[in-house]
Design a protein around this ligand. Structure first.
Ligand SMILES: Cc1cc2nc3c(=O)[nH]c(=O)nc-3n(C[C@H](O)[C@H](O)[C@H](O)COP(=O)(O)O)c2cc1C
Length: 387
């Protein structure tokens, strides 16, 4: 197996087979199947909302590379007159800088520094992108999901349901078939905003927003809530998860906010914090009874091993941004798009790739074969009973 992995790693540097998940199943008897919002994926690696899912060309490249899913850039909700209460998030900014970001203990990770916020073109232009995404989804080439920042009121103020209704209705019409899948973004810049200084206010948003979106949609809808890293402690982060139980899926957790530089950031500090909060969540389960939302991990996923860290804490897939933006020289692959090169490293790296990590878990007795195969989703199923 090790020799086979070394061989695949070397030969796929030139070209990654599009259906590499089928190859992994056949050659290693490893089933990488994963899930996002109840949809089955061939493997767990997708793209988080942002500057890398802004146009049809990016989506086409991702479909060709064999990415599992892509969440479109976040659009700012509006009502039928075009009024956007959250208009402060629809600002134009193109310059992004990929930087090294050291954690307090010296580990050096990557972060993308960018002063922009949400989609800065019209809703009609966004809907055209959604339709392109729908076609890729129907063709079984790439699951594409829109992302929205809806109105968030101050405590005591009502939600602007007209913005929820208009935007969700137009997305549903552009998508066509039920169910509509939608991600709701609570962004790091929101965490840094005066709106998010009140804990009760944040908990109210998380508790009420999924129901507002459901009520606003003319067709059945599945909702992923992307939870921000608020500027409070880990206990509050956990309380946010408990509050958001009305969502179908929780994406955990968007980037940290550097108040001094007024920018969002990632790197090791982000994954350390996210995994620590998920540890608590996995240990104690959800406060209250009933069905809890599935989880999708996000934050500093730069290796297959990090995919497994999120999976072992309950995440059925992962949404990456930064790792798709590194300098080309950083990827071991010599050919292909950034998405292909990133997938190659994440899956096939003999040291810290997904296959190597799953085989190691098997050797340690922490993951067992069923019907001769190792299953990625078995890690998730056992997340609430860590051995
Ligand atoms: C430049 C940039 C823009 C982003 N824009 C959005 C956005 O519009 N909506 C959103 O939900 N997340 C956005 N994100 C967050 C990413 O989707 C992702 O969740 C986050 O960066 C953590 O993953 P990473 O460490 O792999 O980058 C953005 C991230 C970056 C770096």
């Amino acid at each position: 197996m090790r020799a086979h992995l070394e061989h695949d790693f070397e030969r796929f540097k030139r070209e990654l087979p599009r259906d590499f998940a089928a190859h992994v199943r056949e050659a290693y008897r490893i089933d990488l199947s994963a899930r996002y919002l109840g949809e089955t994926l061939p493997h767990p690696v997708g793209k988080g909302s942002g500057q890398l899912s802004l146009n049809a060309g990016q989506l086409e490249d991702d479909a060709t590379a064999g990415l599992a899913f892509a969440v479109l850039k976040t659009v700012i909700a509006e009502d039928d007159t075009g009024t956007q209460t959250m208009a402060a998030w629809a600002i134009h900014e193109t310059k992004m800088t990929v930087e090294r970001r050291p954690a307090a203990d010296g580990r050096v990770g990557w972060t993308v520094t960018w002063k922009g916020r949400g989609w800065d073109k019209t809703l009609d232009e966004y809907l055209a992108l959604v339709q392109g995404g729908r076609d890729l989804t129907r063709a079984g080439r790439l699951l594409v999901v829109p992302s929205v920042k809806y109105h968030l009121p101050r405590l005591g103020e009502p939600f602007r349901d007209a913005e929820y209704r208009h935007t969700t209705g137009r997305l549903a019409a552009a998508w066509g078939d039920a169910p509509l899948l939608v991600e709701k973004d609570f962004s790091p810049t929101l965490a840094g905003d005066a709106l998010a200084q009140d804990r009760a206010q944040i908990l109210r948003w998380l508790a009420e927003v999924p129901a507002r979106i459901r009520a606003a949609s003319p067709i059945p809808v599945r909702i992923a809530v992307k939870v921000m890293n608020a500027r409070f402690d880990a206990r509050f982060q956990r309380a946010m998860l408990d509050a958001a139980q009305g969502a179908d899926t929780l994406v955990v957790f968007n980037r940290l906010f550097d108040a001094e530089r007024a920018v969002a950031y990632g790197g090791w500090e982000l994954s350390d914090r996210n995994l620590a909060v998920l540890d608590q969540y996995a240990d104690h389960g959800v406060s209250g009874a009933g069905h809890s939302p599935s989880l999708v991990g996000t934050g500093n996923v730069c290796s297959g091993r990090m995919v497994l860290e999120y999976a072992r804490r309950g995440c059925e897939s992962v949404a990456l941004h930064t790792f798709f933006q590194l300098p080309l020289s950083y990827y071991p692959a010599t050919h292909g798009s950034r998405t292909q090169r990133a997938l190659h490293a994440l899956v096939f790296a003999p040291g810290d790739g997904l296959i190597a990590g799953m085989l190691e878990l098997e050797t340690e007795g922490r993951l067992a074969r069923r019907d001769g195969e190792l299953h990625f989703l078995d890690l998730v199923a056992h997340a609430y009973h860590p051995s």
